[in-house]
Ligand binder design. Structure first.
Ligand code: SF4
Length: 389
């Protein structure tokens, strides 16, 4: 095993309210009943006990509570899960435990106890500091709650705080985004994730868009927003280390880097996905997806068989994935590492595409044929990635 490290992702599928653009595996739970939480936590512990023997010799580097709204869990549940995860594997000295938090009064009051439970990093779902934008996004919180949660995170002693911003929201313009950036930077976060709103099929937003009831910023406005965003965040010392993620040096999300670097992640919970790096049973890695349906997941975990679907990646799919995941990062693609896995450097598979993207100023080919996106390529990253799938 070249890389014995491991990350664990725990999916917590409960939300107080379902946002109209969301297509994650979530269920509405308001409030989260004690017995529902207890049953789900037991299921996660059972799945961990089931899966951890399959991963002998792994060193646990990260645990990530994602959702859904993980901060709806009690600090006691978070502590139990963290203790169990760390007891199932050797724990790395530099250990990161992230909890996604939504801004609300109850969750804010729990922050000191989450820290005591062993959480080292918070990822706070601010999305916007503009009440109009928050209302149009159907979010349960308002800007004041976002501000108070960020303040409470510092008071609780968290020194590694990330905030999520959403842009290209309905009726949002560049001036509104600039205000959001000012507000975000006033809290001096160690990390910012900024994602453009995407309209996912089968969501209320998709239906509203089909009826012409959603006024979304046009392509040019979105491109200008992306530029503004990068300029403002980078001017404040946050380095773009991935297309949508900015961090002060040393505060990159070590868990999320694992996905872009195709390293091992054990996904636990309804709808969670595990990532297996290349190994004896899958020459180019595999994905293992748990059932998204909560009842199906619970029943499976309780009988000792989650019925996850495992997909072994074919060489061509793995090559494309290796390419676009690496190109998402500022470090780019290491051609030598790619060649070690696939037998030849990227040019052997995509010579014409690479030539064209370099000529169009979207890709830079460095020494040793390493590849990375230019700022122009970052703006048009979707069309770059299409070339490699
Ligand atoms: S809070 Fe997040 S996970 Fe929950 S419904 Fe809204 S977007 Fe989806």
């Amino acid at each position: 095993m070249d890389d014995p490290s491991l990350g664990i992702y725990l999916h917590i599928p409960f939300c107080e309210r379902i946002c109209p653009y969301c297509d994650f595996a979530v269920v509405r739970s308001r409030p989260l009943a004690h017995e529902v939480e207890a049953r789900y936590v037991e299921a996660l512990l059972a799945e961990l006990a089931l899966r951890s023997p399959e991963l002998p010799g792994r060193r646990l580097e990260t645990v990530y509570f994602g959702g859904g709204t993980p901060s709806l869990l009690s600090p006691e549940s978070v502590a139990r899960l963290l203790v169990a995860a760390q007891g199932s594997f050797e724990r790395a000295a530099a250990f990161e435990a992230t909890l996604e938090v939504n801004p609300s009064t109850v969750e804010r009051e729990r922050l000191p106890a989450f820290r005591k439970a062993g959480v080292t990093r918070l990822s706070i779902g601010i999305q916007s500091f503009d009440d109009t934008v928050l209302r149009r996004l159907g979010r349960a919180h308002r800007a004041t709650e976002g501000r108070r949660t960020l303040e409470a995170a510092r008071v609780a002693g968290f020194e590694n705080v990330s905030l999520d911003l959403l842009f290209a929201a309905p009726d949002q313009d560049e001036a509104a985004l600039a205000c959001d950036l000012d507000a975000a930077l006033s809290f001096a976060p160690e990390h910012v994730s900024a994602y453009g709103l995407t309209i996912e099929p089968q969501t209320p937003f998709a239906r509203a868009a089909a009826r012409g009831q959603l006024r979304l910023p046009g392509e040019e406005a979105v491109a200008r927003m992306l530029e503004t965003l990068a300029e403002r965040l980078e001017a404040s010392g946050l380095v773009r280390y991935e297309i949508s993620n900015f961090a002060r040096p040393g505060f990159e999300s070590r868990h999320n880097l694992r996905y872009w670097q195709r390293r091992a992640v054990l996904g636990l919970g309804a709808g969670a996905v595990s990532c297996e790096p290349p190994g004896p049973t899958a020459a180019h890695g595999a994905r293992r997806a748990n059932p998204r349906d909560l009842a199906r997941y619970l029943e499976g975990a309780e009988r000792g068989d989650v019925a996850a679907e495992r997909e072994v990646l074919a060489a061509h799919a793995a090559r494309g994935e290796a390419m676009f995941l690496a190109l998402r990062t500022a470090a780019g693609l290491c051609a030598a590492r790619f060649a070690a896995e696939f037998g030849a450097p990227p040019r052997a598979f995509w010579a014409a595409e690479i030539e064209r993207l370099v000529a169009q100023g979207m890709l830079i080919e460095g020494p040793g044929a390493d590849l990375c996106l230019t700022p122009h390529g970052v703006l048009l990253s979707d069309s770059v990635f299409e070339q490699f799938v």
